[in-house]
Design a protein around this ligand. Structure first.
Ligand code: NDP
Ligand code: HSE
Length: 445
């Protein structure tokens, strides 16, 4: 029997009742969701078990979308669209927090499953949204909210539900990776690359969310919640962005054999009090140039998961942009629609572990401290003493002339964040130290 003679399996044969979809937003992501839904509608009918029918497309300004969306589908009344009886599933790709929160809650409370790409909303209001979904026994899907096309929410929610995740870490913001990669590879300017990332549709409506790390912090909160079965919100994540990273930092990293990446790091740590806690942080980080994360270029993302039984897993792919994000949205939409047609629900929120969230000061890592110091005898000894007084061991010290001063770059062994930050404050007060140019953390060795 050849493969072609095999009987096909097509439950429901696509003959189930139509599933009505409300699309809220027709921007970078929404327009691709709309296009792919239209272009592949037959395929979706088979995968779902019944046709997916777009009942309306809510936008901010109807005039902008004439020609690309059938006029009778366009509306500015998102709430009215959600409440229509023929709408079963709501796809929210508007962005922001307050208004989409109202819309998503209204949809869930009306018994409609929701698919959203909105990490800011999920990271800020996960409890309320999960409760509303549970109360109405409907689904809340948000695969696209973390790392766009890369399936990482689903694997954490389902595939790794039988394992104990120890850490989740990686590059989860395409815009900042695009900027840092270009600055490192070509010496391009920060401002030019931010403008380009915005033009390409990677950046948020307000790109401050990207460059100041807020977008990655929302994603870190979502990842930590899923990985550790504990509620972690945006407010719980320590967040530093890349807006203060200079060409000089990048050059210093390069000459020491590193590249700078904005990393999100979520881990279980044992706090100063011996209690197991969850730590989630986002900051620019030095990564060795031969580490797999160093080869994640452009707007690509990569997420490492370390689990007790599975070991190390790496997820890599397109982390931003209209069609990669639409892929994740549509995967969720098919899941929600299948549940509507055949019954069943997606896994909901799981926060039973209820671990406390660690203070940032309790985190342990290694550091790269770049200083301008006086060029005279005894300076190195003075600086070393400040580190040793705090119990921080130095790994390498590099000094070079810089005009009438000297530039001193110190790399440390592992130290507590609280000790390092106290040390930096002491260094700033030392006569021999003119300025502390930057403090960057090191990971991946
Ligand atoms: P855009 O700014 O490109 O699109 C937003 C859409 O929402 C526009 O169509 C806009 O309408 C519409 N809109 C704005 N206000 C309203 C309103 N009051 N009522 C109805 N519609 C409204 O955003 P993106 O597509 O880039 O992002 C959407 C979501 O997806 C965000 O949550 C974002 O974080 C997330 N996301 C984005 C990714 C990306 O790479 N871009 C990747 C992963 C997630 P109009 O066009 O008329 O102004
Ligand atoms: N602005 C986000 C980024 C979009 O650059 O990663 C994907 O979530």
């Amino acid at each position: 029997m050849t493969v072609n003679d095999q009987p096909t399996y097509n439950p429901g044969k696509g003959e189930g009742s139509p599933v009505g979809v409300a699309l809220l937003g027709h921007g970078t992501v929404g327009s691709e969701v709309f296009r792919l839904l239209r272009e592949n509608s037959d395929e979706f009918t088979h995968r779902v078990g019944g046709p997916l029918e777009i009942k309306g497309v809510a936008v901010g300004d109807v005039a902008k979308h004439r020609g690309s969306v059938d006029e009778d589908l366009l509306t500015t009344d998102a709430m009215g669209l959600i409440r229509r009886d023929d709408v079963d599933i709501v796809v929210e790709v508007i962005g922001g927090i307050d208004y989409p929160r109202e819309l998503v809650l209204a949809a869930l409370r009306a018994g409609k499953s929701v698919v959203t790409a909105n990490k800011a909303l999920v990271a800020a209001h996960s409890a309320e949204l999960a409760e509303a979904a549970d109360a109405a026994k409907v689904d809340l899907y948000f695969e696209a909210a973390v790392a766009a096309a890369i399936p990482v929410v689903g694997p954490l929610r389902r595939s790794l539900a039988g394992d104990r995740v120890e850490s989740v870490a990686g590059i989860v913001n395409g815009t900042t990776n695009f900027i840092l990669d270009a600055m490192d590879a070509t010496g391009a300017s920060y401002d030019d690359m931010l403008a380009e990332a915005t033009r390409l549709g990677y950046a948020e409506a307000d790109p401050t969310a990207d460059v100041e790390g807020h977008d990655a912090a929302s994603k870190a909160a979502i990842l930590a919640s899923l990985a550790f079965h504990t509620r972690v919100t945006y407010e719980d994540v320590h967040c530093e962005g890349i807006s203060s990273i200079t060409a000089r930092d990048i050059e210093a990293a390069r000459s020491a054999g590193y590249t700078i990446k904005l990393l999100a790091i979520c881990e279980r740590i044992t706090g100063d009090d011996g209690v197991t806690k969850v730590s989630a942080r986002v900051h620019p980080t030095l990564v060795p140039r031969d580490h797999p994360l160093a080869s994640v270029t452009k707007s690509f993302n990569a997420v490492f998961v370390e689990a007790e039984a599975a070991g190390r897993l790496m997820f890599y792919g397109n982390g931003a942009g209209g069609s990669p994000t639409a892929s994740a949205v549509l995967g969720d939409l098919v899941g929600a629609a299948r549940n509507k047609v055949h019954g069943g629900r997606a896994p909901g929120e799981s926060t039973y572990a209820n671990l406390p969230v660690a203070q940032f000061g309790e985190v342990t890592t290694r550091y790269h401290v770049d200083m301008e110091v006086e060029d005279r005898v005894g300076v190195l000894a003075d600086v070393s003493r400040v580190f040793s007084d705090a119990g921080i061991s130095l790994r390498t010290v590099r000094q070079e002339e810089s005009g009438d001063a000297a530039r001193l770059v110190v790399m440390t062994h592992s130290a507590r964040e609280a000790d390092l930050s106290e040390t930096v404050e002491t260094l700033k007060k030392l006569d021999a130290v003119k300025t502390v140019n930057s403090v960057l953390r090191l990971e991946g060795e």
